[in-house]
Design a protein around this ligand. Sequence first.
Ligand SMILES: C[S@@+](CC[C@H](N)C(=O)[O-])C[C@H]1O[C@@H](n2cnc3c(N)ncnc32)[C@H](O)[C@@H]1O
Length: 210
Amino acid sequence: MNEAIEEYILSHSDDEGELLAKLNRDANVNLLRPRMLSGHLQGRILKMFCNMLKPKRVLEIGTYTGYATLCFAEALAADAEIHTIEINDEMEDFILKYVDQSPHKEKIKLHIGDATEIIPALNLSFDLVFMDADKRLYCQYYDLIFDQIPSGGIILADNTLWDGKVLNKPHHTDLQTIGILDFNTKIKLDDRVEKVILPLRDGLTMIRKK
Ligand SMILES: C[S@@+](CC[C@H](N)C(=O)[O-])C[C@H]1O[C@@H](n2cnc3c(N)ncnc32)[C@H](O)[C@@H]1O
């Protein structure tokens, strides 16, 4: 997206708020890959979806800094919760530093470990899933959570356009691009779900279980 248009959109949308702005600055100064966090625009969109869908339980696969986690938590009812899974234990202190400052911290359950092991162990159902971890494992995450989502439940899968690399089909060699291509094909062919790719940022696929 053109920078001027993005600036216009942000200045005519809700602010991200002080805590998230502070987290964002901290990530940009102190972390290696700050671009991985959802950010102002996508964060407000995730919050809006969450407000519209009113899920009782959300699952986020790939926490990183907790930016998106905090956006979902803002929109959750007092008795609803978000489970978020992060494999990199070095992120735990950063995540908790901001979760602890949030008025919604009671709704957030952080799990440190590999989502492929934690999802089956959790054995919970989720009305809304935000898939945003290892691109090579998207098909595996999908298969793992599918039976834990009720009819009408939603999966949001991030980065499904993968910086446009999905178009370079004959030349793709890296495993992350292959993971995204396989996932997009699998979802397209799955009659159990409705699906649409939103051209937001790096592509966000909305999947609704029939
Ligand atoms: C793109 S970032 C997540 C950004 C975050 N969801 C947001 O929107 O602000 C992806 C994260 O997934 C984590 N990750 C990768 N593989 C994982 C796995 N198998 N289980 C849990 N987390 C994983 C990475 O360590 C990284 O922090």
